[in-house]
Design a protein around this ligand. Structure first.
Ligand code: MRU
Length: 338
C-alpha cells in the first residue's frame, strides 16, 4: 500500500536549527503560523507548559532537544532534566525521552552525541507513525466513517501522526470515506489543529461539538473511534485527552469499535493500571473564557482535568509500531512489552 507522503506528511512542528529549537506555536493556529525560537532548556519547558508544543510524542522530542540546548550552553544538566520533566505530568513520552537523554549523559555523551540521540528519538517517532498508519488502516473496512478526538497528527508528533496517521493511511487506501473530529474543549485541539491538518490534506472531514459524539454514533455514520494516548499502563488502561473515556463508553454501547494508536514510547509498564496515572489539572480559567474572552459569570468556579483514563476493557485494538493487540490486558501487554 503506497502512501503519498508528499501529500499526507508535510508538517514539521518541531525543528532543530543548528543552535536553537524552532516550534510551530500551536496556541496561535489555525489563523497564524508563528514560530517560537527556544534558545535554552527553560524556554523549551515553558513552551511545553504553555502548550506552544503539545501532544505526547512532540513534547518528548522537544524536551530531548531542550537537553541538547542545556549541554551546548554548559548549563547544569541535572537541573535542566528536572525542569523539563516537571513541565507536564501525564504524557510518559516526556519522561521516556528524558530518561534516554539521561542515560546518554551518564555514559559521557557530549553535546554532539546528545544531539544525535535527540535526532534518533525524532526519527524513530516518524518511522513508528508510518508503521502504525499501515497497521491501523488495515483494520478498517473500506468506506468507513471514523471519529477522532484531540489532535494526534503531525503537530503532536515528529510527523504524520498516530491516530491521525492511521486516518491518513486509511483515507489514502480508500478505507476511510469520512472523518469526524470532536472540538476538544476547552483548548480546541480538534477544532483548531486537527481540522487544520485535515483541510490541508484535502481529507473529507466534519467538525462536531464534543457533545454530539454519542448522537453521531447512533446514526451509524462511524464504524471506528480512533484516538491517541498519553500514557498506557501495564494492563492496557489508557490516559488520553479529556473526553476520550466517554467516547469509549458510547462506542461500546453503539457497537462502534475503539482503536488506540500510540508508539511504544507511550507504554509505561511501570504503571500497573490507569488509577496510578497522574491526571494533569490545568487552570480553571481555561474553561471560564474562550479565546481570551470571559464567557462565564465572574465568581464562577470550574474544574479542569485535561486527561482521563479509558479502561482497557473498552479498547478493541491497541496499535503500536510493534503490532496490533486486540482487547489489550495485562497478559497481552506483558507478552508484547515485557
Ligand atoms: O494536552 P495535549 O494537547 O498535549 O493532549 C494531547 C493528547 O491528549 C493526544 O491525544 C495525545 O498526546 C496523543 S498525540 C499523538
Amino acid at each position: 500500500m503506497g502512501i503519498d507522503y508528499a501529500r499526507y506528511d508535510r508538517i514539521r512542528a518541531v525543528q532543530w536549527r543548528d543552535d536553537h529549537l524552532r516550534l510551530l506555536d500551536q496556541r496561535r493556529l489555525p489563523f497564524e503560523e508563528a514560530w517560537l525560537d527556544c534558545a535554552d532548556a527553560d524556554a523549551v519547558a515553558q513552551a511545553i507548559r504553555d502548550l506552544a508544543v503539545r501532544g505526547a510524542p512532540a513534547i518528548g522530542i522537544a524536551a530531548a532537544w531542550g537537553v541538547v540546548l542545556a549541554a551546548r550552553r554548559g548549563a547544569d544538566l541535572a537541573a535542566a532534566l528536572a525542569t523539563l520533566r516537571a513541565a507536564r505530568p501525564t504524557a510518559v513520552n516526556l519522561m521516556w525521552a528524558l530518561d534516554r537523554m539521561k542515560a546518554r549523559i551518564a555514559a559521557g555523551a557530549d553535546a554532539a552525541a546528545l544531539a544525535a540521540e535527540a535526532q534518533a528519538i525524532q526519527d524513530e517517532d516518524l518511522a513508528a507513525n508510518r508503521r502504525m498508519g499501515a497497521l491501523g488502516a488495515a483494520l478498517i473496512a473500506p468506506g468507513s466513517g471514523v471519529l477522532t478526538h484531540c489532535n494526534t497528527g503531525s503537530l503532536a508528533t515528529a510527523g504524520f501522526g498516530t491516530a491521525l496517521g492511521v486516518i491518513r493511511a486509511g483515507v489514502a487506501a480508500g478505507r476511510i470515506a469520512q472523518v469526524y473530529a470532536g472540538e476538544t474543549r476547552p483548548w480546541q485541539q480538534g477544532a483548531r489543529l486537527t481540522m487544520w491538518e485535515l483541510v490541508r490534506d484535502g481529507i473529507p472531514a466534519r467538525l462536531i461539538a464534543d457533545a454530539a459524539a454519542a448522537h453521531l454514533m447512533k446514526t451509524g455514520a462511524v464504524q471506528w473511534v480512533i484516538v491517541g494516548a498519553d500514557r498506557i499502563a501495564a494492563n492496557g488502561d489508557t490516559a488520553n485527552k479529556i473526553g476520550t473515556y466517554q467516547l469509549a463508553i458510547a462506542a461500546r454501547h453503539h457497537g462502534v469499535k475503539f482503536m488506540v494508536v500510540a508508539p511504544s514510547s507511550t507504554v509505561d509498564m511501570a504503571t500497573p493500571h490507569g488509577g496510578a496515572i497522574e491526571i494533569e489539572l490545568r487552570d480553571p480559567a481555561e474553561l471560564l473564557a474562550t479565546a481570551g474572552r470571559r464567557t462565564v459569570v465572574e465568581g464562577a468556579e470550574a474544574w479542569n482535568p485535561v486527561f482521563d483514563v479509558t479502561p482497557a476493557g473498552l479498547i478493541d485494538a491497541l496499535v503500536t509500531e510493534r503490532g496490533v493487540i486486540e482487547r489489550p490486558d495485562a497478559a497481552s501487554m506483558r507478552a508484547r512489552f515485557g
